[in-house]
Design a protein around this ligand. Structure first.
Ligand SMILES: Cc1cc2nc3c(=O)[nH]c(=O)nc-3n(C[C@H](O)[C@H](O)[C@H](O)COP(=O)(O)OP(=O)(O)OC[C@H]3O[C@@H](n4cnc5c(N)ncnc54)[C@H](O)[C@@H]3O)c2cc1C
Length: 479
């Protein structure tokens, strides 16, 4: 069987490793960029780091004794991804600089086209194209008029000098918070343009000691134990809490965030401007040990008046004030409804994915789309995203996909895709379950779709694990 994997980020590397381990050999990864690592290749902004502990944000099959911090910096994560790809022989299978633009299911095979005019065929396609991948640019008048430098946080321009510069940061998500903490002591002035205040969970980012690192080197079991323990803590304390807005664990998270605001921000006026008017974790919870400290530096300014427009010299807010700037950073997140798109994908009988996803993307268990046989997504629509390890998520998803692939390889079926009935039932159940999550308790967030329904897994992580352990074949059209 021939496999094509689209994307060589965390999930694409994982797929190649696991398929090889299962004995498949005809595997090609298409990666439009010239290096592996996806998110960690693209996000190079100051302060970039994971916000899930590194020993949990690692592949289970490649524990890493060398992590430097509880939440290690982005470049370290990127090197880790490259190292795993190298050690597991993934590089040989990658076609870099090759963007997949079209895929069509014809005569039981996927016909694949790439931007450079290349053509390929595969029995199975794994779409590992990422979820936080397409930068979202804000719709602000006058951005082109700005005389200084302007760029998105995921497209950081390292040629721009920050030392002594007047820097504006638009947005208050996890990236913005990391950037603010990292640059405040370098820049001349920092202006944070806040539309929505964030709850901040204060978790220290401690260096991992040499003693621990050498212990991990000699005892991989200790690392595995730590990973399991972190996974349990995150699952119980976070992932399971957010899907039950009234749970004691949720209350606990709220208290920690409230205490952080009360105890860390001295000026009562600033404190009130930083106080969100919604519940903690309604938006993706921001984890930071230094954000409030950074905003209390004399050169830091929190701007809560809305942005009117960008002008040649800076940002004009609705109160008429002009905030003069040399650099403007758009930490405005990603278009989270893209997934495989803009690839043009055509399933059985030429049906276009764009038609099916015209309103919004969906997939059975976030993995399979009816009438798109032998095409599987990792980190697809409505999966578990949030404050836990997407590596864990992708590994569980891949274990599930492998069981369907094994049926193909053994000739038990030649086409496999979710039934319409299963996909519709999943969608209805998901929408119903979302009503008791913390994500619908009154905030705007990137979790919410155009109807205000969270486009994420609304059940516990334990349920996800359970669902992923074995496909229910009755939910699949097997031909
Ligand atoms: C700043 C930041 C911090 C994060 N921190 C965490 C964290 O702490 N914990 C966590 O679990 N998650 C975190 N995430 C989420 C992160 O995106 C995932 O953990 C993970 O890296 C996603 O891997 P992926 O392979 O699914 O997608 P990506 O890393 O986005 O990789 C997708 C790859 O596919 C390629 N590609 C896409 N389309 C095509 C095409 N048509 N043809 C060819 N190639 C294509 C892209 O170039 C890219 O290399 C973070 C995200 C960001 C942006």
């Amino acid at each position: 069987m021939r496999f094509v994997i689209v994307g060589a980020g965390m999930a694409g590397i994982l797929s190649a490793v696991k398929l090889t381990e299962a004995g498949f050999d005809d595997i090609t990864l298409y990666e439009k960029a010239d290096r592996v690592g996806g998110t960690w290749r693209e996000n190079t902004y100051p302060g970039v780091a994971c916000d899930v502990p590194s020993h949990l944000y690692s592949y289970s099959f490649a524990p890493n004794p060398e992590w430097s911090h509880t939440f290690s910096p982005g470049p370290e994560i990127h090197s880790y991804m490259e190292d795993v790809a190298r050690r597991f022989g993934v590089f040989d299978r990658i076609r870099f600089g090759t963007e997949v633009t079209r895929m069509e299911f014809v005569d039981r095979r996927w016909r694949i086209e790439t931007r450079d005019g290349g053509r390929d065929e595969a029995d199975v396609v794994i779409a590992a194209t990422g979820v936080l991948h397409h930068p979202r640019y804000p719709d602000i008048d006058g951005l082109d008029d700005f005389a200084g430098s302007v760029f998105h946080s995921a497209r950081w321009d390292h040629s721009v000098e920050l030392e002594g510069a007047r820097v504006g940061v638009v947005g208050t998500g996890s990236s913005a918070v990391q950037i603010v903490g990292a640059i405040v002591d370098t820049v001349g002035e920092l202006h944070l343009f806040q539309r929505t205040a964030q709850w901040i969970l204060p978790v220290p980012n401690n260096p991992i000691t040499d003693t621990d690192r050498s212990r991990f080197r000699g005892d991989p079991a200790a690392m595995r134990e730590l990973r399991d323990q972190l996974s349990k803590t995150f699952t119980e304390g976070f992932a399971n809490a957010v899907v039950n807005a009234e749970s004691p664990q949720m209350k606990n998270l709220e208290l920690l965030c409230e205490a952080n605001l009360e105890n860390s921000v001295r000026d009562p006026d600033l404190r009130e401007r930083l106080r969100p008017n919604y519940r903690a974790a309604c938006k993706r919870l921001v984890i930071s040990p230094n954000f409030y400290d950074a905003l209390q530096r004399p050169n830091a300014h929190l701007v809560t008046a809305g942005i009117e427009r960008v002008e040649r010299d800076g940002v004009r807010t609705v109160d008429g004030e002009l905030h003069e700037l040399d650099v403007l950073v758009l930490a405005t997140g990603f278009r989270v409804d893209r997934f495989m798109r803009p690839i043009e994908v055509f399933g059985r009988g030429g049906i276009a994915l764009e038609t099916i996803w015209a309103k919004r993307p969906s997939a059975y268990l976030s993995i399979s789309i009816p009438d798109f046989p032998n095409l599987f997504m990792l980190n697809g629509p409505n999966g578990p995203v949030g404050n836990f390890s997407l590596i864990d998520v992708a590994e569980l998803q891949f274990g599930y996909i492998m069981q369907l692939v094994e049926g193909l390889a053994a000739g038990r079926w030649r086409e496999v895709s979710a039934t319409h009935e299963a996909a519709e039932r999943f969608e209805a159940d998901r929408v119903e379950a979302a009503k008791s999550t913390v994500w619908v308790t009154g905030c705007r967030s990137w979790y919410l779709d155009d109807r205000g329904i969270p486009a994420v897994w609304p059940w516990t992580f334990d349920r996800f694990r359970e669902e992923m352990s074995k496909p229910n074949l009755a939910d699949y059209e097997l031909i």
